[in-house]
Design a protein around this ligand. Structure first.
Ligand SMILES: Nc1nc2c(ncn2[C@@H]2O[C@H](COP(=O)(O)OP(=O)(O)OP(=O)(O)O)[C@@H](O)[C@H]2O)c(=O)[nH]1
Length: 717
């Protein structure tokens, strides 16, 4: 049953008291408030304004008439608020945002209550009965305000929690909070999903349970963070429920409570599996050959250094094998690069099959492999193994239904016998391989000091040759080609000579091969051509008839990418020279079916250059290409001429056959190396068209050549 409202004067008295004594109450309150941890660092005026607001709201509440049941409800803090967003509610949500704990918030109300009551007690009131009644009313109003404030505080807290939960749920990173014993207090959705155990919340686990393989590491890191309060970092691998293994990088941070103790530990973990995979790929690319998956040159060098150091500490030797495939370019040219690539892969497998796991097989260049053989106790074993490798490489490879053949040339250098320097060891093995290759391929050669000396000599020649070009030390000599019927000099072959700084005249046999290997041959041949063209013009003026000079174009110029490309300039020059210049090529060039070679031949043909096939008869001597390309002259190799009348009568048959065949095809024949009158006579009688050789003249300077021409009968000069 409702009680009548209380007397208005009574109701207003405490409210009036609060309003009249507000400065004094706030002064008391200030002292209390400073003991609240969260309020300690707040500006005093803000705290006061806030308290004044709350007291004003409480006083306003006290102004309201209320029934006894409302009063009872208020006493329990259950009275409905007067309006939405009461001052108390605003207080509660504000305190939550300002970082007040619940107990801080309660303490603030306690301080307000104590401040008013202290002052009330000191006050000359209107009598204790009334004062007690007022105090009861006051306490009820404070309780009500506190309840409203806390309710708003928790609503705000839930909202903040919800916001953070939403934020943490949206991220693929794992976020978690554990207590100092490692029990999970919070796991975001990504972590819960990753380690979902049916019927069990992540909070029923210890963090270490999620990753048993790294449990000890997790426990150790959590312990360290708890003890040192330092941030902990680490990486671990976890197997997800779908069996996938992921790598996580994690950070652990201590949560310090108001007493300065580690209350809990928060952690985040990021899946870095992709990063790891790309790091591994970068590492693989830096150290491994992508085609064969063998160690590349960089890793090989590191291993060699390591193994050489290791060998120095043992009584065992180390053998380094340098393997270069023979005829690999032909595989590329004939079957295409894909087949070449597959061949390299097969070779890599076969090489690996020949050695122990402790040895290293590496691919250090195009068709170059190296093998480090460790702990060699007997050199005989090396030879047995090298024999096996040669057999393996020479065994046909079946690639794409085709049988492909190559072989290998192997150089061997030993540590410590030859050297203990990794760089020298590699150079030695390379030089020894070079010797094996030039010794006929499909074989091996040990490094010897002689090899080193000749390799150094070779390098010296390359160096000097480079300078020879720049210092104009090369000369062109001309060897006459006579018409056998008349013995008149009708043509010449341009041959290069090198006036060495030591004064000697070096013949091409001594340096052309080296120039080819060093990639200098293109420049040399181009220079010879540039000299021969004006010479042909001058000789034609001298003789009064067109005069042709033939120049050599090395097969290497057609085939190797190492050689400096002078083709555009050469062809322009040849085009201007017309029939004054013929180009001599070997038959191997015509037999080469690779697109690069075919293209260069076609350009020569388009320029209308007359072609001479040099050294005819010693190679494949296939007739088929004579049909495909317009050839003008065949040069019978001097080896046939040399022994046709002495040791090998078959040479006569060869020469006769070549001459007959050439004539049937409309080609003229030139015999090289004619040294005797008997050879000349035989060739003339066999129908050969032209001859050159010492019988007529050695190669000579343009000046001497001009004298030869002037001395010839019928010369107009
Ligand atoms: N298919 C393929 N070819 C390559 C690769 N790297 C280099 N080459 C080619 O391998 C060839 C190596 O040249 P050489 O060693 O002179 O060729 P070769 O025919 O074995 O010559 P010799 O060693 O004198 O017997 C060149 O034609 C390169 O273009 C590759 O990764 N794949």
């Amino acid at each position: 049953m409702n009680q009548p409202p209380e007397n208005d004067n009574d109701k207003a008295r405490i409210a009036r008291f609060i309003r009249n004594n507000l400065p004094a109450i706030l002064q008391h309150w200030d002292e209390f408030a400073r003991s609240i941890p969260a309020a300690r660092h707040m500006p005093a005026d803000r705290l006061r304004d806030h308290a004044a607001g709350m007291l004003g709201a409480i006083a306003a509440d006290l102004d309201q008439p209320q029934t006894p049941s409302e009063q009872a409800a208020k006493g329990r803090g259950r009275a409905p608020p007067h309006a939405r967003d009461t001052q108390a509610e605003l207080h509660g949500s504000g305190r939550m945002s300002a970082g007040f704990t619940v107990s801080d918030t309660v303490a603030e109300f306690r301080a307000l209550r104590a401040s008013v009551m202290r002052l009330w007690a000191d006050h000359d009131g209107d009598g204790n009965d009334l004062a007690n009644d007022d105090l009861i009313r006051f306490n009820e109003a404070v309780d009500q305000a506190l309840t409203e404030s806390l309710a708003a505080y928790f609503v705000e807290k839930d909202e903040v929690t919800h916001r953070f939960d939403t934020l943490l749920s949206a991220t693929p990173d794992l976020h978690y909070i554990v207590d100092t014993d490692g029990h999970v207090l919070y796991a975001n959705r990504a972590l819960a999903r990753l380690f979902s155990t049916p019927g069990k919340s992540p909070c029923e686990h210890r963090l270490a349970d999620f990753c048993p393989a790294f449990a000890a590491q997790i426990e150790r890191d959590l312990r360290a963070v708890g003890q040192t309060r330092a941030i902990g970092r680490g990486e671990l691998q976890c197997t997800a429920p779908d069996g996938a293994v992921h790598t996580y990088r994690y950070v652990l941070m201590p949560v310090i409570n108001k007493d300065g103790e580690v209350d809990s530990i928060t952690g985040t973990a990021r899946n870095i599996s992709e990063l790891k995979a790309s790091e591994a790929k970068i590492l693989r690319n830096a150290y491994y050959d992508s085609l064969t998956s063998l160690p590349n040159r960089t890793l090989f060098r590191e291993r060699l250094e390591h193994d050489v150091r290791h060998a120095a500490r043992t009584e065992f030797a180390l053998a380094l094998l340098f393997i270069d495939l023979d005829g690999f370019k032909e595989v590329n040219d004939r079957f295409g690069h894909d087949t070449g690539d597959q061949l390299l892969q097969h070779c890599a497998q076969r090489l690996q099959g020949c050695v122990r796991a402790t040895d290293t097989v590496a691919r250090i260049g195009g068709d170059e492999f190296t093998i480090i053989l460790n702990e060699v106790s007997k050199l005989a074993f090396v030879e047995v193994l090298v024999g096996e490798i040669l057999t393996e490489l020479a065994r046909p490879f079946s690639i794409g239904g085709k049988l492909v053949h190559v072989s290998g040339s192997i150089g061997i250098s030993l540590c410590p016998q030859d050297t203990q320097q990794p760089d020298d060891l590699l150079r030695n093995a390379d030089q020894a391989m070079f010797v094996a290759k030039h010794g006929g391929r499909n074989r091996f050669s040990y490094f010897t000091p002689d090899i080193r000396d000749s390799a150094w000599a070779r390098l010296k020649v390359i160096d000097e040759l480079r300078q020879a070009l720049a210092r104009c030390e090369l000369l062109v000599y001309y060897q006459p080609i006579v018409e056998l019927a008349t013995e008149a000099i009708v043509k010449a072959e341009a041959l290069v000579r090198w006036r060495h700084p030591d004064g000697s005249l070096v013949l091409p046999e001594r340096f052309i091969g080296i120039a080819e290997e060093a990639g200098l041959i293109g420049e040399i041949d181009a220079w010879v051509l540039s000299q021969a063209v004006p010479c042909a013009v001058r000789l034609a003026e001298l003789t009064g008839t067109p005069f042709q000079i033939s120049v050599n174009k090395s097969p290497v110029e057609f085939m190797s990418r190492l050689v400096k490309n002078t083709w555009d300039e050469d062809l322009a020059l040849l085009g201007r020279a017309g029939p004054r210049i013929a180009v001599e090529i070997t038959e191997g060039v015509l037999l080469d079916d690779s697109p690069g070679v075919r293209d260069k031949l076609a350009r020569l043909q388009q320029a209308g250059v007359q072609l001479t096939i040099d050294d005819f008869g010693i190679g494949y001597s296939s007739m088929a290409y004579l049909n495909k390309f317009k050839v003008d002259f065949l040069k019978i190799d001097q080896s046939f001429v040399k022994d046709m009348l002495t040791t090998n009568p078959n040479s006569q048959i060869f020469a006769e056959t070549i001459i007959a065949m050439a004539h049937k095809l409309g080609l003229k024949v030139i015999a090289e190396g004619v040294e005797t009158a008997a050879q000349r006579d035989w060739l003339r009688q066999a129908g050969c068209d032209y001859a050159q050789g010492f019988l007529f003249s050695q190669a000579t300077s343009e000046e001497c050549f001009a004298q030869l021409l002037r001395a010839a009968p019928g010369c107009r000069a």
